[in-house]
Design a protein around this ligand. Structure first.
Ligand SMILES: [Ca+2]
Ligand SMILES: [Ca+2]
Length: 184
């Protein structure tokens, strides 16, 4: 199944903003190590602590899942390889790759700093600012994501918004803002 232009723009935003951490144009294992380090620093988890190890292990598992789609085996996921893997994943519908579920789970837990099973605006903004998103953009994205802000995101809502982000062609779908306000 071919991705629409809108899906392509959203997925490239996700690639460039959240996956290609060092902004070298491709995604590789070191991008995940870097994200893991940033999150552990934010949470105050020292190198070698149980949380540090678990965070890096979970990210390494996501990378292992993604790296299967490194078609030319150069150790990097290019934008073309990234778009192809999503087109394939979306076409499979309910048989979504395990790494996509692992990534959703990871991101939700990373956002839910207090660990109460919901994400509020402050938590959302705290994590995304740590990952490099400007504060104003975090606020705007949360507002759109929760249909007017003042709300919270549960894991069910997060998963629903994630599906909208990757698959919806509806420009007004709140899930388009799950990873901030891209240029789409
Ligand atoms: Ca990179
Ligand atoms: Ca490659």
């Amino acid at each position: 199944m071919a991705l629409s232009d809108f899906q392509t723009q959203k997925l490239l935003h996700l690639f460039r903003t959240f996956f290609d951490t060092d902004h070298n144009g491709t995604v590789e294992k070191s991008d995940f190590d870097m994200v893991g380090d940033k999150i552990c620093k934010l949470r105050g988890w020292p190198v070698g602590s149980a949380e540090y190890v678990a965070t890096h292990q979970r990210l390494a598992a996501v990378w292992d899942g993604i790296s299967v789609h490194d078609i030319d085996h150069d150790g990097h996921i290019s934008e073309a390889e990234w778009l192809k893997l999503w087109a394939d994943a979306i076409a499979k519908k309910d048989k979504t790759d395990a790494w996509i579920r692992d990534y959703q789970e990871f991101m939700f837990k990373a956002q839910d700093i207090s660990g109460d099973g919901t994400v509020d605006e402050e938590e959302f903004a705290t994590l995304y600012a740590c990952l490099g998103m400007p504060a104003q953009q975090c606020k705007e994205a949360f507002n759109k994501l929760t249909l007017g802000g003042n709300g919270i995101v549960t894991k069910d809502i997060f998963q629903q918004r994630f599906q909208e982000f990757i698959a919806s062609d509806d420009k007004s779908a709140p899930g388009n803002y799950l990873f901030g306000c891209g240029k789409f």
